[in-house]
Design a protein around this ligand. Structure first.
Ligand SMILES: Nc1ncnc2c1ncn2[C@@H]1O[C@H](COP(=O)(O)OP(=O)(O)OP(=O)(O)O)[C@@H](O)[C@H]1O
Length: 249
């Protein structure tokens, strides 16, 4: 079996007396979508924060492509290709979609030696940026200011940015939130395709999307993983049905 791209072992994060992450062990293999589900307050966001480096765990390790990254900061992890998307704040709404992706390409290349070149005319930036926009189906919208893009298109743009940054794994935090049925359907089919590019750890409340997309599901309740398995395993698991799934089936 291939090595996991992301390997989380015995992670603990406490806020005062509350163990928001309680000895979590979880991995992500090449080519898969691993969905993380659980009730409100279960600790999903806290876990994602620790993986991308915005929260430091109290104990446990996070390995990415074989390397222990537990002590690395957010930027160092991003440079290694651990891509958190759907942080709308990382997009500059006054810039065009293309310009936003070009900035990501530039960040990946390291910008210091480009100071004298106008960004817009630099083919080494425009070509990979357009390729990423094409990959997510946004090429025809490239020159529009981001403020004019729809909600769904902004999410596509974020994935284009993550691709341009060279992400080797995606952390997607509720990508379906606020999307209409058509947008969710389009994003579902896109993510099914994207996982071949880089595996996806998906936090999502939309159970239709999770059941349609996930290769494996882990269920988090009160900071603990109570089950990990295929869609069918999870649907059938009595503890999961009691703790969480009861009304989703
Ligand atoms: N910075 C913090 N300080 C103190 N407690 C926190 C902090 N962040 C989260 N918590 C607590 O940790 C627990 C887990 O919260 P978290 O946001 O990770 O859950 P979640 O599964 O992402 O919830 P949701 O599905 O509602 O987004 C909750 O009880 C929450 O109140």
């Amino acid at each position: 079996m291939a090595e996991p791209v992301l390997q989380i072992s015995n992670l603990v994060k406490s806020f005062g007396a509350l163990r928001a992450t309680d000895d979590v062990t979880l991995d992500l293999y090449p080519g898969e979508i691993h969905a993380l589900i659980g009730p409100n307050g279960a600790g999903k966001s806290t876990l994602i924060h620790q993986i991308c480096g915005t929260h430091a765990p109290n104990s446990g390790t996070i390995r990415f492509m074989g390397e222990d990254i537990t002590q690395l900061g957010v930027a160092a992890r991003a440079r290694k290709g651990l891509g958190r998307t759907f942080q709308i704040s990382s997009i500059a709404p006054e810039f065009s979609a293309l310009r936003n992706v070009m900035l990501a390409v530039q960040a990946r290349q390291g910008s210091s030696f480009r100071f004298f070149k106008p960004v817009r005319s630099d083919k080494s930036l425009t070509e990979p940026a357009m390729a990423a926009l094409e990959r997510v189906g946004l090429a025809s919208r490239a020159t529009l200011p981001v403020a004019e893009l729809s909600h769904g298109e902004r999410r596509q743009l974020e994935i284009a940015i993550a691709l341009a940054l060279g992400s080797r794994a995606f952390l997607l935090d509720e990508p379906m939130a606020g999307m209409g049925p058509e947008g969710s359907r389009a994003l579902t089919s896109f993510l099914a395709d994207l996982k071949q590019e880089a595996p996806i750890l998906l936090v999502e409340h939309d159970m239709d999307a999770v059941f349609a997309l996930a290769d494996r599901i882990s269920v988090l309740v009160y900071g603990k993983i109570i089950a990990t398995g295929s869609v069918e395993d999870i649907r059938r698991d009595p503890a999961v049905r009691t703790a969480y799934l009861g009304d989703h089936d």
